[in-house]
Design a protein around this ligand. Structure first.
Ligand code: ZN
Length: 190
């Protein structure tokens, strides 16, 4: 089955109309179909749209960041956490040192305990996307092998070291990640 590289702009709102996130005004998003790079319901809604089309795509939480799981809300002794200084409700931090560790939200502080929520911040949230499909083209064999779109300059913007079989960094010295790399300015994920 052929797979496309799809480029689009979006504005994401919750069902009350509050803007959560948007690409409009910045760089559009390019993704490889079937690589799980954008939420499932959005990818389904974009499939088959003609270039230049503007559309509204409503995505229920189950096809976005999933339903909330109350088992992910736990009481933890503050002293067990490697955080310093004041902690207050609403603070967010990573549950580990890895860049992909889940983000947990502090729901409350009760004495020397914290009530932590490890659900994705958008879990349980129905999403409303306004999209504009800018381009769609067949993916190259390299893009399918790497699992991501190659923009201008090729893989990772043509940086030395490329992305090889997993990811890249801007020195080519390693730090490979499945599906691309985590350097914000690398360009290999956009
Ligand atoms: Zn690549």
């Amino acid at each position: 089955m052929s797979r496309n590289i799809v480029t689009f702009h979006y504005t994401l709102r919750d069902t009350q109309g509050a803007v959560i996130d948007a690409s409009v005004g910045g760089e559009p998003i390019s993704f490889l179909e079937g690589a799980g790079q954008i939420v499932e319901g959005l990818e389904e809604g974009l499939r088959g749209l003609a270039t230049g089309t503007k559309a509204h795509i409503g995505v229920p939480a189950a096809k976005a960041y999933g339903e909330r799981d109350e088992a992910q809300v736990q009481r933890v002794l503050k002293s067990l956490l490697p955080i310093e200084g004041e902690i207050k409700a609403g603070d967010q931090f990573r549950a580990g040192t890895d860049a992909y560790a889940p983000i947990v939200t502090v729901m409350g502080v009760e004495g020397d305990e914290l009530l932590l929520d490890a659900n994705h911040p958008l879990a349980g949230v129905d999403l409303e996307f306004e999209v504009e499909l800018l381009a769609s083209r067949p993916a190259t064999a390299d893009e399918i092998a790497h699992g991501h779109a190659h923009g201008e300059g090729g893989c990772c913007g043509g940086k030395e070291g490329g992305c090889g079989d997993g990811g890249c960094d801007d020195t080519g010295s390693g730090d490979d990640k499945a599906g691309g790399c985590d350097k914000p300015d690398c360009g290999c994920k956009t």
